[in-house]
Design a protein around this ligand. Structure first.
Ligand SMILES: [Zn+2]
Length: 242
């Protein structure tokens, strides 16, 4: 075998490997996405397009009465979500965090105690973020890529801290306003109001914010059905670049 045959063979092997990985990525729909952190929209990294894309984020997780219901519903629709968890809830029900991760979803940091971070001093803010990161690392060997400040209130200190930690802030652009309604459906039809508010607010590349609560779970059933029927594709947060 002379030199040129060897190099042809090497090129051929590289070409086959390239085809193989292309096929895998087409089959799994795996491709990177990025977040526009001004408009809080997701885009395909390859061409910058956001048409028909949507990301589902679920806050104030985990909850005994609803997290498993969310996971079952998401499985039914074949959708992966980003669960923003609080430390004080997670520490008493680590099995729920385990289940979120085992079922292929991503976990984000939503602080330990869900306090308004702009009311705390730097040391307290550091504790709110780092305690949860450390706990997730210790229990699950998991490092969250995203942080969502409670009530969406961030500060320049939080931004620089996240930068140092290699994490990113995550806002939202499609608000379900589900927090305006009691956790459990008190008035009949509350879940429909939450659902239609969300559906009517849908935009290309939208990041949906909904909370881990029974009434929101009922709303999500309507949201997922309608949003998928309207041709939107839920992106898997595993492929989200931070
Ligand atoms: Zn929250």
């Amino acid at each position: 075998m002379n030199g040129s045959t060897i190099s042809k063979n090497i090129y051929f092997i590289f070409f086959c490997m390239f085809l193989f990985f292309m096929l895998i990525s087409v089959k799994t729909g795996a491709q990177p996405y990025y977040v526009n952190s001004v408009l809080w929209q997701v885009h395909q990294k390859s061409d910058g397009l956001k048409d028909g894309l949507v990301l589902l984020t679920i806050d104030d997780s985990p909850r005994k009465g609803s997290t498993v219901g969310f996971l079952d519903l998401l499985d039914e629709y074949g959708i992966k979500a980003l669960f923003f968890v609080n430390g004080y809830m997670s520490v008493y029900q680590p099995h729920l965090i385990e289940e979120i991760l085992e079922r292929g979803h991503q976990v984000g940091n939503h602080s330990w105690d869900h306090k308004k971070l702009n009311k705390l001093d730097r040391e307290e803010v550091l504790k709110e973020i780092m305690m949860l990161n450390s706990w997730l690392d210790y229990r699950f060997n998991y490092k969250p890529d995203f942080f969502r400040p409670p009530y969406g209130i961030s500060t320049p200190f939080i931004d620089s801290l996240l930068h140092e930690l290699g994490m990113s802030n995550m806002g939202w652009s499609v608000n379900s306003y589900d927090w305006m309604y009691p956790d459990d459906e008190v008035e009949e039809g509350d879940h429909k109001k939450i659902a239609w508010r969300t559906i009517n607010g849908m935009i290309d590349g939208g990041i949906i914010l909904i909370h881990d609560r029974p009434v929101s779970l009922k709303a999500l059933e309507i949201i997922l059905k309608e949003v998928q029927q309207n041709g939107y594709k839920f992106i898997d947060p595993k492929y989200l670049l931070n």
